[in-house]
Ligand binder design. Structure first.
Ligand code: ASP
Length: 314
């Protein structure tokens, strides 16, 4: 991969996702379908504006994820799913491919934009992963926007929790629509970055942590290979180290990002897991792979207009 190609202000790519799941055509109401597509378009716009003016990949990925966190259609920030106890506990991670710098948070309840808290952990602490009340304290001490529990609450998510409890369903129901959000970007200097943010799984218990905030599982970026953000049944993504595994296949086996992503998602499927990834390479290539019926996704680059899709056949 030509990670050292010379800067070219006209060349960049941004890919976003808003989660993968069992959604087929006809499953989503017209307003939900249009609302999700609108959110993905706004996320692409926010990141693309930065990349088109020579901005960095991490700035673009963070900006795109903040838009999706603020949008109640997605399971991240406002609109996150509820834990079994009826609380929103949020996870996020960021990683920069040039330096392999990374930051992440898990179980935060007070920070309006967890992706920006993950970035603050990366840039303003010596640590990679902070959890729960400590992470929220770090957030307040560093002046990040705080929010009340009510800010994150969306009635549809509460209804989903009650329905799940009534059915006695496990948190790993294969019919779930995972709504985690993420963005991966490659900038004009050929640097890649990844960002992921989520409320996790509806009715999660006992302090359960998924793949999203775990560097190497749900989020990874390496200029020598690619940047990856994942969505799906986190336990499978953790066991395979999905995001790092895709980058390792590119770096060590010379696979294209498409082949590496397809190959690792096939491994997820073989273990019985469901989900998907978005990927960009330092050469400007970008794409996705998923084994669910659909994935909320979008891509834009210096030479291609925004492409937005939800269902598997588009
Ligand atoms: N991967 C997330 C988790 O396991 C869920 C999702 O993608 O929506 O926490």
């Amino acid at each position: 991969m030509p990670a050292d190609r010379s800067p070219d202000p006209a060349r960049w790519t941004l890919v976003v996702h808003g989660g993968s799941g069992s959604m087929e055509r006809g499953d989503l109401s017209d307003p939900l379908d249009a609302g999700a597509r609108g959110g993905l378009a706004r996320a692409l716009d926010a990141g693309a504006a930065l990349l088109a003016s020579g901005g960095g990949a991490l700035d673009a990925a963070e900006a795109a994820v903040r838009v999706l966190e603020d949008d109640p259609h997605f399971n991240a920030g406002r609109g996150s799913v509820f834990t079994y106890e009826g609380v929103n506990e949020l996870d996020a991670a960021v990683m920069q491919g040039e330096t392999l710098a990374a930051g992440a948070v898990t179980g935060v309840t007070r920070t309006r934009n967890p992706v920006s808290l993950a970035r603050a952990v990366m840039e303003r602490s010596p640590h990679v992963l902070l959890s729960s009340a400590g992470a929220d304290r770090f957030s307040a001490e560093h002046g990040l926007d705080q929010a009340d529990a009510d800010y994150f609450r969306v009635e549809e998510r509460w209804r989903q929790l009650e329905e799940m409890k009534a059915r006695g369903a496990a948190a790993f129901d294969v019919e779930l629509k995972y709504g985690t959000v993420g963005a991966v970007a490659v900038d004009s200097a050929g640097h890649v970055a990844a960002a992921t943010s989520t409320g996790g799984l509806t009715a999660k218990r006992w302090g359960r942590i998924g793949d999203s905030p775990l560097i190497g599982a749900g989020t990874y970026a390496d200029d020598r290979a690619c940047a990856v953000s994942a969505t799906g049944a986190g336990e499978y993504f953790i066991r395979l180290g999905v995001a790092h595994e895709i980058c390792a296949r590119v770096r060590l086996a010379g696979e294209t990002i498409e082949d590496a992503a397809d190959g690792v998602i096939a491994q997820v499927a073989a273990l019985g897991g469901a989900g998907g990834v978005i990927v960009v390479g330092p050469d400007g290539s970008g794409g996705w792979a998923f084994n669910t019926a659909g994935m909320y996704r979008g891509m834009i680059s210096h030479d291609a207009p925004a492409e937005i899709a939800i269902y598997g056949d588009e």
